[in-house]
Write a protein that binds this ligand. Structure first.
Ligand SMILES: [Zn+2]
Length: 304
């Protein structure tokens, strides 16, 4: 299914903003840990009761279409009881692999919006996200709120571009031209800029507010209450968060019980990064030109 480009920008302040949902420093590393094998790209689904994938939609990102009714009202492509799962702020040890494990068990999928810096800390985890067949976009370089008046226009562009360049470095290939603004704060000039870059923007239809949850049950309850009210939607979650990872198995069961179906969104073509920012990522993060850290240095197996 092709979705025509175009967007309507509908307000700079989000009703489902998620602030303070990230960290800027890598987790401390302990003793060497066992290696987790990357997930197979296209494994047959062994779970007869899996949530699965109802359909796949391909997005032509020409002109920077916007998705998620909190901000973008034009492209109402989801049918009743269809959802898109989205995961922000990774990759992160333990929690991202746990989310991947749950999604694999349910033979289903989501869109991941990793932070650029986190991608440089844990490229092997991000590679696992890609190897499992999930869609990957970007969520800026350092999770800066782009409406912050202390940032000038060049700095805002740099946050966007270095985010994509960092994800590209981590994966060894450019991700999808799918972008989510930190805290869902959309400065109008950056919406215009992303349009010129042919990058699709993702707000959300409903926010799980998982970054505020005090236990996994809250993540499930808030998500299902909002979803049952709306009947469908793009759901904002964070693979960065422990309670989200812990909530996900039960949330998958609740989606199934409610008759919800998962839609996979893929891009027609990958993002085209800008060489200047590819170089800046390498310099700023003091990275090798190829992603070469051993998996065992950063990836921990949750359970076998
Ligand atoms: Zn975020």
């Amino acid at each position: 299914m092709r979705i025509a480009a175009g967007l309507i920008f509908a307000g700079a302040v989000s009703l489902c903003a998620s602030g303070l949902a990230w960290s800027q420093t890598p987790a401390p590393k302990g003793a060497p840990v066992p290696q987790a094998a990357p997930a197979p790209a296209k494994a047959a689904c062994a779970n007869p009761n899996a949530l699965g994938i109802a359909r796949v939609v391909e997005i032509d990102t020409t002109g920077g279409p916007g998705f998620g009714f909190e901000h973008f009202k034009q492209l109402d492509f989801l049918r009743d009881h269809e959802v898109v799962l989205t995961f922000d702020d990774g990759p992160w040890p333990l929690n991202t692999p746990s989310v991947l494990k749950t999604l694999a068990e349910e033979c289903t999928t989501g869109i991941f919006f990793p932070i650029g810096k986190h991608s440089t800390y844990y490229p092997e985890i991000l590679k696992q996200v890609a190897a499992a067949g999930h869609t990957i976009g970007s969520h800026t370089w350092s999770h800066a709120t782009l409406t912050n008046k202390k940032l000038n226009e060049d700095q805002r562009k740099e946050e966007i571009e270095k985010g994509f360049s960092a994800v590209k470095w981590a994966l060894g290939a450019p991700p999808s031209p799918f972008f989510r603004f930190p805290a869902l704060q959309h400065p109008p000039e950056m919406v215009t800029y992303l349009g010129t870059r042919n990058i699709a923007m993702f707000s959300c239809d409903l926010d799980s507010f998982d970054f505020k949850a005090r236990n996994p049950k809250q993540v499930i309850d808030v998500t299902m209450r909002k979803l049952d009210k709306l009947g469908k939607g793009i759901i904002l979650l964070h693979d960065f968060h422990k309670y989200t990872a812990e909530a996900l198995p039960e949330l998958m069961q609740r989606l199934k019980a409610g008759g919800y179906k998962v839609v996979k969104m893929v891009a027609k073509a990958p993002v085209q990064t800008i060489a200047q920012y590819d170089d800046e990522v390498l310099k700023d993060a003091k990275l090798p030109t190829v992603s070469s850290r051993p998996v065992s240095s950063v990836v921990q197996t949750i359970s076998e």
